[in-house]
Design a protein around this ligand. Structure first.
Ligand code: ATP
Ligand code: MG
Length: 392
């Protein structure tokens, strides 16, 4: 029996005239994500996209699990594609959905007849298929209001598609449909979650990581590669810039008041990230900050950090509790990597008493001791680039 995957693209359907563009991006992303699993044909039809394997040995289980991580997919289901013949439909439905029907107590049948030449009307299809299923699975009862399983029979142009309950997809918008943004990614719990959340809204991510060798080790950087790779399962790939931060940190330590150290450093991160973001045609920066989490994330401190870049800074975790962030990081499988105890550049030179209510003028005064442009330029000149792809 020929099997396909039916994609429901949810929010996309609302996009009016832009729908085609969104759909094209979604199909391109799905194609990229299914690379290596065989040849697939994609056919959009209303709010559905049919993903049809073109070779016999295509791995549909793996295809399904990869598609469950593609943003822009509200729900998906595996479907049997059978001949448009009532006898074939009756013979196939129970067999194909056997496992789901065995474990259900109640069911109903719904039919869609897109091909109006099909000799049976929808209610007739439902009655026939429902009767046959009751015969095959006598333990089942029909429940039209709240069934355990809905058996869908869709009669379309070339085939009839039979499927059971849908599986919830990753939701959101297709990555790339909203443009690009640069994610400041540390090895912690928050920033990978922040990146994932913005990718979900259709942003392509570019990663920027600050490393301070020899204070931070190569394995701390590898941890960031691993985190990006995990997020890339959802967004396809992440071009990652690794910016050497040691010299900037040492200069700050030598020349600026200790209580402002972290904030001066964060302002340098913003400067470097913004330059890379512009080069990569990004329209925003993304961080994993949330109000009050640490001294550098009080409202006043965030205001001082925010004063640096001339582009919006998206902070999707701003109002979230740590346990809410952790729940997402577990879901997207970054948590176990994030908690590996490798040092981050932020933890290398932490002041004992950071100022929690800084004023912008204090930072501007402190930074007068530094040659900002030269330090930023030097860091960027020595920045390393790695393409993190979901297959590496
Ligand atoms: P995380 O779990 O993301 O490390 P955090 O709670 O440890 O966050 P901070 O260390 O204050 O918070 O960092 C706040 C944000 O600044 C991070 O979410 C990240 O966006 C950015 N950031 C911190 N350190 C780095 C780094 N080494 N490279 C790039 N961005 C960083
Ligand atoms: Mg951190």
């Amino acid at each position: 029996m020929k099997e396909i995957i039916l994609i429901k693209n949810g929010e996309l359907a609302l996009k009016g005239l832009n729908r085609r563009t969104f759909e094209d991006i979604l199909v391109k992303n799905m194609r990229h994500r299914l690379r290596g699993l065989g040849k697939f044909k994609f056919t959009p039809a209303q709010s559905t996209i049919m993903v049809e394997p073109e070779n016999e040995d295509a791995d549909l289980d793996e295809a399904e699990s990869r598609l469950l991580k593609v943003f822009g997919i509200a729900a998906l289901s595996r479907a049997a594609a059978v001949e448009k013949d009532m006898d074939v439909i009756l013979a196939s439905a129970g067999d194909y959905l056997c496992d789901q029907l065995m474990s259900a107590e109640t069911f109903k049948v719904e039919a869609k007849r897109a091909d109006k030449h099909f000799p049976f009307k929808s209610p007739e299809i439902c009655a026939e298929v429902g009767g046959k299923i009751l015969e095959q699975f006598p333990h089942l009862r029909v429940d039209v209001h709240n069934p355990d399983i809905v058996v869908m029979v869709e009669v379309r142009d070339y085939y009839t598609y039979i499927h059971g309950n849908q599986i919830k997809g990753a939701g959101g918008m297709p990555v790339g449909s909203a443009g690009r943004a640069a994610l400041l990614v540390s090895g912690g719990i928050d920033s990978p979650v922040a990146g994932w959340m913005m990718a979900k809204r259709g942003l392509n991510l570019v990663g920027v990581h600050f490393a301070s060798p020899p204070y931070t080790s190569p394995r701390a950087e590898m941890k960031v590669h691993t985190l990006c790779k995990k997020v890339a399962q959802y967004c396809g790939h992440i071009p990652l810039y690794v910016v050497p931060f040691t010299r900037i940190q040492e200069e700050i330590k030598e020349k600026c008041p200790e209580d402002l150290f972290t904030l001066v450093m964060r302002r340098f991160m913003m400067r470097c990230a913004e330059k890379l973001a512009l080069k990569e045609e990004c329209g925003a920066l993304i961080t994993g900050e949330s109000v009050g989490q640490v001294a550098s994330q009080t409202m006043q401190a965030i205001a001082c950090t925010d004063a640096v870049p001339n582009m919006p800074v998206f902070r999707p975790l701003i109002g979230m509790d740590k346990d809410e962030v952790i729940a997402i990081s577990r879901k997207i499988d970054t948590f176990e990597t994030s908690i590996l105890p490798y040092e981050d550049c932020c933890t290398v030179f932490t002041p004992k008493h950071p100022r929690t209510k800084p004023k912008l003028y204090m930072l501007e005064e402190a930074e007068q001791a530094l040659d900002i442009d030269a330090l930023v330029q030097d860091a960027l000149d020595n920045t390393k680039f790695i393409m993190i792809d979901n297959f590496r």
